[in-house]
Every structure is written in C-alpha cells, then in structure tokens.
Design a protein around this ligand. Structure first.
Ligand SMILES: *Cc1c(COP(=O)(O)O)cnc(C)c1O
Length: 445
C-alpha cells in the first residue's frame, strides 16, 4: 500500500463518519477501504492506481460519466464568474434558464414552477410542506396527512423520513408527518381521504426496496384515484429521473403528470448536489396574496449557480450524445446479459430490471433466502472489486445501474465481472462455465 493511501485511510478512520455505515466494521483493522481519487467516463481510479467500473453510478447519481468535458467546462466557466449567488432576494441567468428547461419537459399549464434545493430529501421535504400549506390556504386545513407505500424510501430529513417504509432506517424516527402506509392500490382505495393532503410514491420502481418494480399501469391508476379523491400526487423521481428508466422521467411511461415532482440525484449528471421540486400553477397560486401565504422555506445554497450550470450542461449532453435514443439498445443488452448470467448461476433467484436499473437477487439454489449473517450480497460486491467492478448490494440484491453513457464493451465487462465475483464465493458454484470475457474487454488494473 502506498504511503499516501495509508495516511488517508488512517485520517478517515480517525475522523470521518460515513452514511449508512457500521463504523465499527469500517474502522476494523482488517477492513481495507478504497480511496477513490478520480474518474473518467464510467471508470474510477483508486489511490493505488487501480481502475474500476462505476457499476452503481456513484450511488445512482452519475448519468454521462465522470469528468465529462462539457459539464466540467460549464462549471468552470461559472466558477470564473462566481461560485454562489443568493437566491433569496436575487436571481441569476442559469437558475432562470434551468427552471424554464425543466418545465419544458411537460405540457404547458401543467408543471410550471420550480423550487430549487440541494438533495433528494430536501426536494421531498419541500413538496410535503407545500402540499400541507396549500391545503391550509385553500379551505381544507384538516388535510395535513400523507399516504406512502410500504417499503418506500424518500430520504432522511425528518419529514421525508416519516414517509419511509424501510424499517431498518426509519423505525426510530417516526416524528414527522402523520403518514398511513399502504401496500397496494386496493388498500389505498379503502382509505378515508378527508385528512389526506397527498400520496407519495417512487414511480415504476422502488429503489431501496431491493429494486422492486410496480406493475405496469399502476401509476396511471394511481393518478386517476388522485383525480377522483382530490389527493395530490407527489412523485419522487429522485432515482428514476433523468433517463434511468429509458425516458427522461418515469412518469412519462404512463403519461402521468403529478402535482409535485421531486428531482435530485441525476439532475446535474451526478456532479454537484442540487434538487428541484416542480409543481403546478394551480398549487402555486395559493401562495400568492396575503404576506403570510408565502412559502417560508429555503436553504443557503438554493439554486447554486455551479449546480445550475452542471444541470444545464447535463441536459445539453442528453441532446448532443442522444443519450436516450442510444439507451434502448443498452437496456436490451443489459436484459440479455443478465438473463445469461442467471442461467449460469443458480443462486440468482430473480432479476428485476426497469430501464437501466437492475436488481439481481441472490438466494440459495432451493429458493430460500441466505441467512442475513452470511452477508452474501456484500461478499459478492467485495469480490467484484477484484474483477474491476464497484457496486453495492441492498441486502442480498446486487444493484447494477452504471452511467447511461456506458458502451457495449464496458457493459459486457460489468456483467462478466459480476459473474466472476459470484463464482469466486466459496460454496457457490456456477452450473455451467461462464464465458470468459475476450481479452479486449479485460479490465486493466
Ligand atoms: C436517494 C433518494 C432520496 C434521497 O435523496 P438524497 O439526495 O440522498 O437526500 C429520496 N428518494 C429516492 C427515491 C431516492 O432514491
């Protein structure tokens, strides 16, 4: 190990506290954290000079690859002008242009207002506050509660966390909004809606819930239930937005327009923290008039110009590189590649794919789950590193969702690395020999 690497690891283990991390294990003497120093395209390099494919897009954020020249240049150009301008009391060109562009993805007179913030959690937080305040100012103050779906994930700030249905994250923090959790549209239809302001959902697929897609048509049905009951539809597209599902936004698959749309992760192409909450003109109108009707909410870095520059550049790259047009072939290649992987490995129990998002669930060959203590998902991801692939499991479901810019050779690399990783786990053997990648595709270290 290089001296620098050792120094960084010691400083980290002495002073950093990582998200969603068992710090005891992180700091254990036998744990060997990767220090990632730079990236280019789908590749990341560690401080020892080894190269890895970014198989989960740096926690679901990266779209066009690392260090994309167009995005970097746009951020650099803005940095030369100024890094930050207060959006409280002022505006700036890039925020105005970005808001216009985002609304432009939807038909006129639908989503036409954008509130900027910094993260997925704050995008959701903001939608919830708007939804509650809207009711207070429209003669329905009793509608202050929300419905969310079991096992959903909407972020970690208190309001967003109150929607969360993933027990291990949220059990201790049930202090936010009153929330009813439902499992299905059927359960939803039985609710008394007179106190419900909105229903929140991750459209098409629940991410943190081990990548579980909804049935086709479900979102459109939810929209019509909302229309009948007057409950607002809040779509959390923090993971699905910006091309992940094959269209720019997941709601476009079912021609649904929500009352609130929450965007974050991919909005800057995965370069800077930035988020947006979009809403309709009808909702916005309730915040006009009396001074106390204003929306008293915001953050210091709201609409940060560097973030806006990156977001605008990312949208430009979508056009320039025909990202969405080129994606459907890659989605097909991923489907075929994963089906071959599944045929070779009896421990692959199910592949759940939605666009360019895949969850690969591992189980014992008899279909039973592995004992949680065996941490098979983690072991496979750890082994994948040796084959040049970085990704993370959710329990025993391996996530594979590389940047959308990945090319066909690189995608083969990722799938083969995963196969090699599964084969290398003791006690888990491939049913048939898995085709080794051609030398051209070998991942260099
Ligand atoms: C990641 C995520 C969030 C939270 O976003 P942060 O930027 O981590 O705060 C919310 N909703 C969904 C669906 C997510 O995937």
């Amino acid at each position: 190990m290089r001296d620098d690497t050792r120094r960084w690891i010691l400083a980290d283990q002495a002073h950093c506290w990582h998200p969603f991390t068992r710090q005891g294990e992180w700091c254990a003497p036998d744990h060997d954290p990767l220090v990632l120093t730079h990236g280019k395209g789908v590749w990341l390099w560690d401080s020892e000079g080894r190269r890895y494919l970014d198989g989960n897009s740096s926690i679901w954020t990266n779209i066009h690859g690392h260090a994309h020249p167009l995005i970097s240049a746009a951020v650099r150009a803005q940095l030369e002008k100024t890094a930050h301008i207060s959006f409280l009391g002022f505006t700036h060109p890039l925020a105005a242009e970005l808001a216009e562009k985002l609304c432009g993805f939807f038909p006129k007179h639908t989503l036409e207002r954008v509130f900027f913030s910094d993260d997925g959690s704050t995008a959701v937080e903001c939608a919830l506050k708007m939804a509650v305040q809207y009711r207070q100012q429209s003669g329905e103050p009793q509608r202050g509660a929300f419905v969310a779906f079991a096992d959903g994930y909407h972020g970690d700030t208190l309001g967003a966390a109150s929607l969360g249905g993933v027990g291990r994250f949220f059990e201790r923090f049930k202090h936010g909004y009153p929330v009813t959790h439902v499992r299905s549209l059927d359960e939803l239809r039985h609710l008394d809606v007179k106190e419900i302001a909105g229903v929140v959902i991750e459209p098409l697929i629940q991410g943190v819930n081990e990548m579980r897609p909804w049935q086709a048509g479900m979102l459109a049905e939810l929209r019509s239930w909302c229309d009948q009951t007057g409950v607002h539809l809040i779509l959390d597209e923090v993971m699905t937005g910006f091309g992940r599902t094959g269209k720019m936004f997941a709601c476009q698959h079912e021609n649904v327009i929500p009352d609130f749309l929450c965007l974050a992760k991919g909005i800057t192409g995965g370069t800077l923290p930035m988020a947006a909450t979009l809403t309709t003109g009808a909702i916005y109108k309730a915040f006009l008039g009396a001074p106390e009707n204003a929306f008293y909410y915001g953050h210091s870095y709201t609409a940060n110009p560097l973030g806006c520059a990156a977001a605008l550049a990312s949208l430009e790259v979508f056009e320039e590189e025909k990202t969405l047009e080129n994606l459907s072939a890659k989605i097909g290649q991923l489907r075929i590649g994963l089906a071959a992987l599944m045929a070779a490995h009896p421990i692959i129990h199910e592949i759940r794919q939605c666009g360019f998002i895949a969850g690969i669930e591992l189980r014992q060959p008899d279909g039973g789950k592995f004992p949680p203590a065996s941490r098979v998902g983690e072991k496979v991801c750890q082994a994948a590193r040796a084959h040049g692939l970085l990704t993370r499991p959710i329990l025993d479901t391996i996530v594979l969702m590389p940047p959308l810019c990945i090319d066909s050779g690189e995608l083969d690399c990722a799938i083969h690395a995963l196969g090699a990783a599964i084969s290398s786990i003791p006690g888990i053997h491939a049913a048939a020999p898995f085709k080794v990648p051609s030398p051209r595709l070998h991942i260099r270290h």
